[in-house]
Design a protein around this ligand. Structure first.
Ligand SMILES: [Zn+2]
Ligand SMILES: [Zn+2]
Length: 326
């Protein structure tokens, strides 16, 4: 048994060394691709039933389009809490909930998108991030849910963007930890972690001009991956066009490895960023993580707040480095 800690986030993971599984044990049976259009899917016919907020062209292909979510979890029209009790806190669920649809075709496999589509999707994320990161937005969530096991509302390829009227305790703890490390060492903990992972190399996946991808030392689940920008920036909104092109290559390569190596699993892509409206800070560093949905959440996580992983991060990285994608 072994407990590892993520240097930057301080998340803990219990590695079950007595019952280790091999990366090969997680290979899924490949499902055949589905149809281009699915009756009842709101995003297949979004142009007829939803009002576009912004359209992002892809040369020679259908555009990436941002819409208001058809069933928003947050809204600026949210009313006062329905039940008020003395001593309990409650507030209206005010905020925006947008959906950024990859393309009108229902069953496209993202691993096979053109690099141009990835670049446009990332440019759309940046554009909607900057538009929504107003002064009244303390927390913005940008998460891509791919596949029904990734909590997708419908299994049409898309990304959700939400602004929340409050910062969660979990996010505050991460920001406080990073600030504590910076105050103690004069260094950004994420920059430090990226360099340590690339120097060690045993969990490294890709290292290009602007980004490094790796399986973290304290990987929370099998094949949990981080993509960290080399340039220190606290907010995703500051990503440059050159960095977008490089990140597009990382995403396409890693998703091709998931497709060929693991049988196209459902996954989440999350972009973690410091709020742009608070200005650039030296202590925090934006990053992305990819998490294939290969395991059921266990009661241990709920009870302890600690994750459990039964595959060595070093084995996952070695397996993915060996997956041929051409
Ligand atoms: Zn659809
Ligand atoms: Zn940094």
């Amino acid at each position: 048994m072994e407990i590892r800690e993520n240097l930057a986030t301080r998340e803990l993971v219990l590695l079950d060394l007595n019952n280790l599984q091999r990366p090969e044990d997680f290979v899924q049976k490949m499902q055949p691709p589905g149809p281009d259009k699915v009756p009842g899917c709101p995003y297949c016919s979004a142009d007829k039933i939803l009002k576009p907020l912004a359209s992002f062209p892809v040369e020679g292909e259908a555009p990436v389009i941002a819409y208001q979510h058809p069933r928003p979890l947050l809204s600026d029209a949210a009313k006062s809490p329905s039940v008020k009790l003395p001593g309990y806190k409650a507030m209206p669920g005010k905020g925006v909930h947008e959906i950024i649809v990859d393309s009108p075709l229902h069953s496209r496999i993202p691993a096979f998108y053109t690099v141009a589509r990835y670049k446009t999707m990332l440019a759309a994320y940046r554009s909607r991030f900057v538009v929504n990161m107003s002064l009244s937005t303390p927390l913005l969530v940008l998460v891509r849910n791919c596949g029904i096991f990734a909590n997708a509302f419908v299994p049409h390829q898309c990304t959700e963007l939400m602004t929340l009227p409050v910062v969660t305790e979990e996010v505050k703890v991460k920001q406080r930890n990073a600030l504590g490390y910076y105050n103690a060492t004069g260094e950004c903990v994420f920059c430090k972690m990226r360099r340590m992972e690339m120097d060690d190399g045993s969990r490294a996946l890709l290292d290009t001009e602007y980004f490094s991808s790796f399986v973290p030392y304290a990987s929370l689940e099998p094949f949990h991956l981080w993509i960290l920008p080399k340039r220190h920036a606290s907010s995703f909104g500051a990503i440059s066009d050159e960095e977008i092109a490089d990140l597009a290559l990382h995403l396409k390569t890693l998703l091709l490895k998931f497709y060929h190596g693991l049988g196209n699993p459902a996954y989440n892509l999350v972009i973690e960023s410091f709020p742009m409206n608070l200005g650039a800070v030296e202590s925090y560093h934006w990053y992305c993580f990819l998490l294939p949905r290969l395991n059921q959440a266990s009661g241990f996580v709920l009870g302890s707040g600690m994750h459990a992983n039964n595959v060595l991060p070093e084995d996952c990285a070695r397996f993915l480095r060996g997956v041929k994608i051409q």
